[in-house]
Design a protein around this ligand. Sequence first.
Ligand SMILES: NC(=O)c1ccc[n+]([C@@H]2O[C@H](COP(=O)([O-])OP(=O)(O)OC[C@H]3O[C@@H](n4cnc5c(N)ncnc54)[C@H](O)[C@@H]3O)[C@@H](O)[C@H]2O)c1
Length: 269
Amino acid sequence: MSAVEDIFDLKEKVVLVTGAAGLIGSRFCKVLLGAHASVAAADLNVQKVNGMLEGLGENKTRISGFEVDITSSSSVQKLVEQVHAEFGALDVLVHCAALDPKFDQDHKNNHHVSFEDFPLEMWQQALDVNLTGAFLCVQEAARVMKAQGKGNIILISSIYGMVAPDQRLYQAGSFKPPYYSVSKAGILGLTRYVAAYYANSSIRINALSPGGIYNNHDKEFDEAYSSRSIMGRMADISELDGALLFLASDASSYMTGANLVVDGGWTAW
Ligand SMILES: NC(=O)c1ccc[n+]([C@@H]2O[C@H](COP(=O)([O-])OP(=O)(O)OC[C@H]3O[C@@H](n4cnc5c(N)ncnc54)[C@H](O)[C@@H]3O)[C@@H](O)[C@H]2O)c1
């Protein structure tokens, strides 16, 4: 049993983070480095990953960037092979990559298509990234973990995998699209399926379900969202750090098939 001060330590653990260029993935890479892990930071947008690595300054020794398209089995396979070749193991997969339509000020995009007219092509493309992408990453990670005899997988779901989006938050006719809820619920199903499939082994898998993270949202959105949260506010990005370290480390060694909810109470009422 670990000493209390070492319980969240990830020394000698190799962690692969997908979606490493994103809001949560880039934060997670830094937190994992801080807990002494070696980090493989993968994303479709490898330039953005490299920019993040540049920003780390002196702390770049235990992290490398990788390009991956999670919708392609050959790309995911190549990624896992590269990670294994560079670091010699894959202890933890933290799967953050997804299409997550944003409503902050940096993403003034088009979410105005009605449910009835929601394009099939967009639905299929999103499920390809959010569900098939998760399946492929878990499949390839599990292959290495099975050969190693142990492994730990964390999939990022959302409050919207558990409850429907309150579309009243998304003003002026825009709305959170159907694929988001469906794919995030699917992530919870995949978590339970894989946990049960690897019963009686040392491979475990859990989901982490955050609520909305404040990232320069409009005042109106922030206020509307916050009024629906028991804690009366959106999350600060740092408020996922503890949950990540808990799931990634031996502190959660008796957890598999579970969903850790960090949502300020959003789903409790
Ligand atoms: N931000 C939030 O408030 C919030 C809340 C709950 C859950 N989540 C979930 O957390 C995870 C990360 O969210 P985020 O806010 O960091 O999103 P983000 O959009 O900032 O990052 C997602 C990353 O995934 C990458 N990606 C997309 N398609 C890819 C592909 N085909 N191959 C490889 N990489 C690809 C993107 O390039 C991007 O860097 C997502 O699963 C999201 O659904 C986010």
